[in-house]
Design a protein around this ligand. Sequence first.
Ligand SMILES: [Zn+2]
Length: 153
Amino acid sequence: MNPENTEKLLTAYPLLYRELRERCFECGDGWFDLVWQVSTEIETAARLEGIPKTAEAWPSVSILKQKTGTLRVQFDKRVSEHIEALVTQAYERSMETCELCGAAAQLDRKRGLGKWTETLCESCRKVHHSPPHRPQDKTKLPVWMRERDSKLK
Ligand SMILES: [Zn+2]
């Protein structure tokens, strides 16, 4: 995610993302609303479960990333079944949300036979697949795509 969206999430949910601070949200900005929503849901659930809002007890996300076209969220330790279910719902929503722009999209399973799968809307897919990328387009790509591109060089 871009620095602006990263900062918004870190500011709104400092305890939930206390371990992520040094790293980042490893997915595209199209999923910002999705991540924001699940963050709110997790914090609401934790409050209802009576978890003290301390650095020792509050749920802590250790990994938040895109993997094979879906949103993955992992915690540093076990969380309740309810919170696990919220994460699963976000994972399911990510299959229908363009990772780059947030528009309605569908997980492209066909590409799973190759190296990766992705969830992009039709217009982002066109941009993404029209080689070569102009340099300014690269900044819009999710971190994992930029990393992949730099490894290919
Ligand atoms: Zn899109």
